[in-house]
Design a protein. Structure first.
Length: 691
């Protein structure tokens, strides 16, 4: 028996079969009349055998079975037209004897998936499905299998048809799973000169991964099915990169690279200044909880502001190559992106592809020249679910953004708690805090002498009351050019909720006292912003579906864009709906003396609409920040900068937790200095606006 294994093995034994046939052997290996393997990203439609495919719609190149093997992902509303070249047979005027082979993978068993459609106008129902909810394979007229498809596993499906003898059989990984109802010669289950692949007339063709398609001019037998086996039948050590490498925790001297594979093995990352690499770093591995493995390699000792090339290796198999650039030294200009709530599908806003416009937003963000990005939480509908993490996070954020752009996360409520599935795929700086880990806890980091703070929803109450102020008092923050904070639930909101009371009472005073320039949030699926006491508040929750059913509940005086206010170029859904109901992300350009934050809008189908709103810092509205503290025998002299007062100096005798006390009376609005008596010289000070 000739073993099949993966695609490369198939090519070898096809050649062997043809050679043996030529010398008169009776090799039983089936030989296709058409084969498509998707191994050339520059020409995904080319055929290995037969005519090239024709694409209607769009598809995306993805990694296949491992190594340099290729595959495609094709989704709702898109399909291939296959001109198979088989002459009419089986006593009819159409093709009544044939076999279609699909080496496929699905992310989950919830929607319908369609393999092929014999109606070349795509006006009728598809002819072979994976059924929603139970994963059975077939169609009503032929019947469905008792065996179900397996998510996130490459499987080989054979549909063997001979209408002249009433044969309709389906094999999965070499095993028969359906002896279907006989069909008529030249009827629905016969082929014309072409066949549509992955097409259905009413959207029951959810995104599916395909690494090989083949067509045969006869109905393959059970022996043939065993010969073909499964995609992995002859090579159990073949490594599949389920999630290609993605980047996190960028530093001036380091980068963390993560990826996901279907098996556990010794792994490493080769890296260097060019594609010859030259250095190697071993990788650690943890279980995802869904039968896959998450790998992580921490590269250190790198040069600031330098581009490196890298390539992961698992069990001797090389993965996809990539490149990254470390954080710069000094204070050069840079750009970062911010988004939130990319957690699910579009709730019908664009039925042709439920995963838009998030996919286009991630691609646009990756191509926009940002140096890194920050997600402000809710990056999966259910962070405790692997299928949600797979579909909404790994296949959109990690795959489309993270391969070129490192990102950080301020986790949200839908990301679930400590140890959830989505958090296992993270390498956040929270791991540097005692008692926390790489996927849990608030943290801060620095980039080009700017300070960034990410608040974890799961630990927010404790972190705001204890850790945050210590971080704000740190030298990194006091010496920062600008400080940006990210917290999932906004302090101020006007659509659905009025904001978070804890944040208004305990977080906002810290933002104002320690000169935080911008507080980014999500949670409400909209865009909104305002400015108060030196702090910009920006809700950038337009990452997936929008809060169209929600109503306005408040009108904060300082929230002036979106929410209760219309935005030019953004649809107005009525007087009780929000004015910022738009899919978007925010792009922040930081220069030596300022920053500009631009909201990039998107139509439901993923079309970029350009900049629909922007805000920036100016010297007149700069943050309230202590600029100088001089201690002497007679007391303490304070100087500060920022918006005009009046001001109130506050004092506390110890760092960290504790009560702040007003020190003295109000200071006039144009005054930005004060002398404090010696008996208060041993504590902590902050300035707040007393308007």
């Amino acid at each position: 028996m000739v073993s099949s294994g993966g695609k490369r093995d198939l090519r070898r034994w096809w050649g062997l079969s043809l050679l043996l046939w030529a010398v008169g052997s009776l090799s039983g290996a089936p030989v296709p009349v058409g084969s498509w393997e998707f191994e050339a990203p520059e020409d995904l439609l080319r055929a290995t055998v037969g005519d090239r495919l024709l694409l209607e719609g769009e598809h995306t190149a993805i990694p296949g079975l491992g190594g340099d093997d290729g595959a495609v992902r094709i989704g709702v509303g898109s399909h291939y037209r296959c001109n198979h070249g088989i002459a009419p047979n089986g006593t009819g005027t159409a093709v009544n004897q044939f076999t279609l082979q699909f080496d496929y993978r699905i992310p989950r068993i919830v929607p319908w998936y369609c393999f092929y459609q014999t109606d070349t106008s795509n006006q009728g129902d598809g002819d072979c499905f994976i059924r929603a909810n139970d994963g059975a394979i077939g169609v009503g007229q032929t019947g469905y299998s008792n065996t179900s498809a397996t998510p996130w596993t490459w499987q080989r499906l054979l549909v063997a048809v001979d209408n002249s003898v009433g044969l309709y059989r389906i094999y999965l990984d070499g095993k028969p799973i359906l002896n279907g109802a006989p069909q008529a010669v030249d009827g629905r289950f016969s082929l014309r000169s072409s066949v549509l692949l992955f097409a259905d007339e009413n959207g029951e063709d959810a995104p599916i991964d395909i690494t090989r398609i083949a067509i045969f001019d006869r109905a393959l037998t059970a022996v043939d099915a065993v010969e073909l086996g499964s995609p992995h039948a002859d090579d159990p050590a073949l490594v599949e990169f389920l999630t290609p490498p993605y980047l996190q925790n960028v530093k001036v001297d380091g980068m963390t690279i993560l990826w996901e594979c279907d098996l556990g093995a010794v792994a490493s990352v080769d890296y260097g200044l060019d594609t010859t690499f030259g250095a190697s770093q071993s990788a650690t591995m943890i279980e995802s909880g869904a039968g896959t493995r998450i790998y992580q390699a921490v590269l250190s000792g790198l040069r600031p502001g330098t581009t490196y090339h890298y390539r992961p290796n698992v069990g001797g198999s090389d993965g996809p190559t990539g490149s990254f650039t470390t954080a710069p030294a000094g204070t050069p200009a840079f750009v970062f992106g911010v988004w939130a709530d990319s957690q699910g599908h579009n709730h019908g806003a664009y039925p042709a592809d439920p995963l838009e416009p998030t996919k286009s937003m991630m691609r646009h963000l990756a191509a926009s020249g940002v140096d890194f990005a920050v997600g402000v939480g809710d990056l999966a509908e259910n962070g405790g679910s692997y299928s949600d993490t797979r579909e909404y996070y790994l296949d959109r954020v990690a795959r489309l953004l993270g391969g070129t752009v490192p990102w950080f996360v301020a986790w949200g409520n839908h990301d679930a708690g400590r140890g959830s599935t989505i958090r296992r795929f993270a390498a956040m700086p929270s791991q540097e805090r005692p008692g926390f880990d790489a996927g849990y806890g608030s943290f801060s980091f620095d980039y080009a002498e700017c300070h960034f703070i990410c608040i974890d929803y799961a630990s927010a109450t404790s972190d705001i009351r204890t850790w945050l102020e210590t971080d704000l008092q740190s030298a990194a923050n006091r010496n920062a050019r600008f400080t940006f904070l990210f917290v999932h639930v906004p302090p101020y909101c006007e659509l659905w909720i009025d904001g978070d009371a804890l944040s208004r009472n305990e977080l906002v005073p810290l933002l104002e006292a320690y000169g935080v320039e911008v507080c980014f949030s999500g949670h409400t699926h909209e865009y909104s912003r305002g400015y108060r006491n030196g702090v910009h508040y920006c809700i950038t929750g337009g990452g997936s579906w929008l809060d169209l059913p929600e109503v306005l509940v408040w009108d904060w005086d300082h929230m002036t864009v979106g929410g209760a206010h219309a935005i030019p170029g953004v649809p107005d859904y009525g007087p009780t709906r929000g004015g910022g109901l738009i899919n978007e992300y925010v792009r922040v350009e930081v220069s030596a003396d300022g920053f500009t934050a631009s909201m990039i809008g998107f139509a439901p189908d993923g079309t970029a609409l350009g900049v629909l709103d922007a805000f920036e810092n100016t010297p007149e509205q700069g943050p309230l920040r202590i600029t100088d503290i001089r201690r002497g025998l007679d007391g303490v002299d304070l100087e500060w900068a920022g918006p005009e007062g009046p001001y109130q100096i506050e004092f506390r005798p110890q760092s960290g937790a504790g009560t702040w006390f007003d020190l003295g009376g109000l200071i006039p609005e144009a005054t930005r200095s004060a002398h404090l008596p010696a008996d208060t010289a041993g504590g902590w000070y902050r300035i707040r606006l007393a308007r």
